[in-house]
Structure formats: C-alpha cells, structure tokens
Design a protein around this ligand. Structure first.
Ligand code: CMP
Length: 167
C-alpha cells in the first residue's frame, strides 16, 4: 500500500466501523431502607426496564465487620459509623447486574448520592430520602465492581447459576 492510499483506508474503516460493546457486570446493593420500605420490586423492575439482567441476588444481613470492610474506603469520613449502623440495621439485597458498560450505566440510572441532586427519574430521585439513606449502592469502577461482586458472590456460585463463567 502506498501512502497515497491512506485516505481510502480511513474511509473504509469509518464506514465499516465495528462498534465493540463490552458486556460487563457490576454490583448493586438495595440498602436496608429499600428492603424495609417494600421498594425492592419497584427498583428491580426499574433496573430490568433499563436493560440490566439480574445475574445474582439474595437477602443478606451484614455484620458490623462486613459493613466496615465493605465501606473501608470511607473509614475516615464523619459519616462512617452512621453508615455502618444503617447498613447493618436490617437485610439488604446485593445484586450482580449485567449489561453493556454496566458500571457507567448503573450509576446514571441510580443518580447522585444526594437524592435532592439526583436527576429526575433516577432511582434515588424517585425513592431515596437522604444522602445516607439513599436506597441503592453501585460500584464506582470496573475494578471495584469485580472486588465488590466477589465480596458477596463466589465465581463458582455464578457459574452454577448460569452454567458458564459469567465474568
Ligand atoms: P454509597 O453509594 O453506598 O457509597 C457510600 C455511602 O455513604 C453512600 O452511598 C451513602 O449511603 C453514604 N454517604 C455518602 N456521603 C454521605 C454524607 N455526606 N453523609 C452521610 N452519608 C453519606
């Protein structure tokens, strides 16, 4: 190929562009306020309606040690003790959710931490009462999604559910 051909090659790749869509998983937790208020069905429907497949789900009552470990990144924050108390106050529902660009999409669908700042139609805007009691957690990066999924679900459990490795 001579240099004079490169514009045609650029045109070829532009017109035949393959859009790579990465199907990936992320972790969500429907928090104790969502479970206690009977909001799990509505939130699960919202997540499925926005394209997420539920790959794993269960109710879990976190111990203090588990809640502290899960939110260790926040241990220096003034709300840490209160957050741990809230997250251990009743059962929560950890979920493995799957779709393309799952981490980014889920964070869009749930909205800002503070429900008063969350966009209209987001889960937190619709259902959350405060910055702390904000009904749902979502992993903030692909790397943390892998760690947080394994905090609640083993690879063998997911493989048993779906008959193949799902991540
Ligand atoms: P989550 O997405 O699970 O990540 C950390 C959690 O800490 C957050 O949702 C809230 O529940 C809580 N949180 C974050 N910021 C504050 C704050 N300023 N005051 C009280 N709780 C907070």
């Amino acid at each position: 190929m001579t240099l004079c051909c490169w514009p045609q090659w650029v045109g070829f790749f532009q017109s035949h562009a393959v859009h790579m869509v990465e199907i990936m998983q992320t972790l969500a937790i429907l928090k104790p306020d969502a479970v206690e208020s009977g909001l799990t069905g509505k939130i699960l429907a919202h997540l499925e309606d926005t394209g997420f497949k539920i790959r794993a789900a269960r109710l879990a009552l976190l111990t203090e040690a588990e809640a502290k470990a899960f939110y260790k990144v926040h241990e220096e924050r003034p709300f840490y003790r209160s957050l741990v108390a809230y997250m251990t106050s009743g059962p929560c529902m950890p979920l493995v959710l799957e779709r393309e660009d799952a981490v980014v999409h889920l964070r869009e669908v749930i909205g800002a931490t503070d429900p008063s700042e969350a966009a209209e139609g987001t889960v937190r805007r619709l259902y959350a009462e405060s910055k702390e009691r904000n009904v749902i957690h979502a992993s903030d990066s692909a790397e943390n999604a892998v760690k947080e999924i394994s905090f609640f679900f083993s690879a063998s459990e997911l493989e048993r559910l779906w008959g193949k490795p799902t991540r």
